[in-house]
Design a protein around this ligand. Structure first.
Ligand code: SF4
Length: 391
């Protein structure tokens, strides 16, 4: 595939997502692309990544590139060899000018985050670290194939701080098998006592084709029902709010000033490039994704071809739908005036639709200072509301 159709002009500002495709252990609920970690495969991956990075960044024919944020996810990036990561960051530095307030995030699993790794990536310029803590209920985590001990979470925070990280975030999951309201309270108490700046609080989803789905279908595992999950979400939001973690998106909470800039970029349609297998990008009005197969990713790059597997040019209607979907998931909501100014009559017809009127009447949506937004009850059924509005 030619690179010109996507990277044909420099959009003036970019973010970068890197997908590190290896994990030590494969969790039963996960449908992200990943392979079991292997040193040799890691080396080959990084070798291909250098070439991909060079091919993509040089295609813009502009230097330096203004970079708003970088996010390294996976997979388990905290497993990678820090020397290989340092070399990749060096590649990026050769092209980039980092904007003030530049955010550079890496995800880490508690059991793999050593002090040495944290120190080296901090010194290489990474300034935000997300610890995949998920829960302190070891028995619930075990049922979904996650092998971590509570002391790993405490040690990971300790190692991160020792290395110099101040901007530390963490993940918290609800709806796990065996999880109760009481256990969720304990999770929130324990996690907030570690004082992360940011908490992603999200529901366990049963993705098609996962081992979790099979185990639920066979009756080997029972997860809390919808009502219990709704109760957990409302309680969790309330407890986090009490501890000064403000919800700014349906699953994201932060102390004031620590909202994720990278994720906010997705919601504001900041262009971003995706590197690594299965990574997604959005540049010059086109969404694309790389092939979700590390061997094929390497093979294509070695033969001088970008590993892009899917490209889609967004129509005006696609952009309107995305603007509604992404804005409505944020607590700020949709700026009605801006939406109508940008998209005209199709936006007006959605905003004046009978579906919106019904949801407003029933207290699932509200309008404040010109913003259409979900209420607390609305956040519980956000997917249904959004799909009704866009149908
Ligand atoms: S560690 Fe993360 S990416 Fe890896 S299998 Fe588990 S949930 Fe998926």
């Amino acid at each position: 595939m030619s690179i010109r159709p996507i990277f044909n002009s420099y959009p003036g500002l970019l973010s970068i997502y890197l997908h590190f495709p290896f994990c030590k252990n494969l969790c039963h609920y996960c449908d992200f692309y990943k392979e079991k970690f292997d040193f040799d495969a890691q080396n080959k991956f990084f070798h291909a990544l250098h070439t991909e990075t060079e091919m993509v960044l040089s295609a813009f024919e502009t230097e330096p590139l203004n970079i708003a944020s970088i996010y390294i996810g996976g997979g388990t990036p905290s497993m990678c060899d820090p020397a290989l990561l340092e070399e990749w960051i060096h590649d990026i530095n050769g092209y980039a000018a980092f904007l003030p307030g530049f955010e550079f995030t890496i995800e880490a699993n508690p059991e793999t985050l050593t002090e040495e790794f944290a120190r080296r990536v901090f010194q290489a310029g990474i300034n935000r670290l997300i610890i995949g803590s998920q829960s302190f209920s070891v028995s619930s985590l075990k049922l979904v194939g996650r092998k971590q001990r509570n002391k790993d979470i405490y040690q990971a925070f300790y190692n991160a701080r020792l290395a110099g990280f101040e901007n530390i975030g963490a993940d918290l999951i609800f709806g796990l098998p065996g999880q109760t309201i009481k256990k969720l309270r304990t999770d929130i108490d324990r996690l907030t006592s570690l004082e992360p700046k940011h908490i992603s609080f999200y529901q366990l989803t049963v993705e098609p084709g996962t081992l979790l789905e099979k185990n639920i279908e066979s009756g080997a595992i029972v997860v809390p029902d919808d009502d219990a999950c709704a109760e957990m979400y409302l309680l969790g939001s309330h407890l986090l709010h009490d501890k000064k973690y403000l919800r700014y998106e349906i699953s994201n909470y932060a102390l004031e000033g620590f909202e994720s800039k990278h994720n906010s970029g997705y919601w504001n349609s900041t262009p971003y490039i995706g590197l690594g297998p299965a990574a997604h990008g959005f540049v010059n009005n086109q969404r694309y994704s790389n092939i979700a197969d590390v061997d094929e990713y390497i093979r294509r790059i070695e033969s001088g071809v970008l590993p892009i597997d899917f490209v889609e040019e967004l129509s005006a209607r696609d952009k309107l739908n995305e603007a509604i979907l992404l804005s409505l998931r944020t607590t700020r909501g949709i700026n009605k005036e801006n939406l109508i100014r940008e998209f005209g009559e199709p936006a007006l017809s959605i905003l004046e639709s009978s579906s919106i009127a019904v949801y407003l009447n029933e207290g699932f949506l509200e309008v404040t200072d010109g913003y259409l937004k979900l209420t607390d009850r609305g956040f519980l059924v956000a997917d249904k509301i959004i799909s009704d509005l866009l149908s």
